[in-house]
Design a protein around this ligand. Structure first.
Ligand SMILES: [Zn+2]
Length: 77
């Protein structure tokens, strides 16, 4: 999976979770909780599996600069 795609999925799922949280606090819809949990699982999986350096395969964690903190590989994000 492309690192840009991973970043896009992470941003989108994160926004959906936040939106579900906000809407959920105003309404009493249980379905929203399940949607939120579903997206949270997707977020966690993509973060753990996809958010890795394409060069050394190590987890990137919080990205400070646009390069891998383990091997210094420039990242296209
Ligand atoms: Zn690396």
């Amino acid at each position: 999976m492309d690192l840009r795609t991973v970043k896009f999925i992470l941003t989108t799922t994160f926004l959906v979770i936040i939106a579900a949280l906000i809407i959920g606090s105003f309404s009493n819809n249980q379905l929203l909780i399940y949607i939120m949990l579903g997206f949270f699982v997707i977020y966690a999986l993509v973060y753990l599996i996809g958010w890795r350096c394409p060069e050394c395969k190590k987890h990137l964690g919080k990205l400070v600069a646009r390069q891998c903190k383990h091997c210094g590989h420039r990242l296209d994000v």
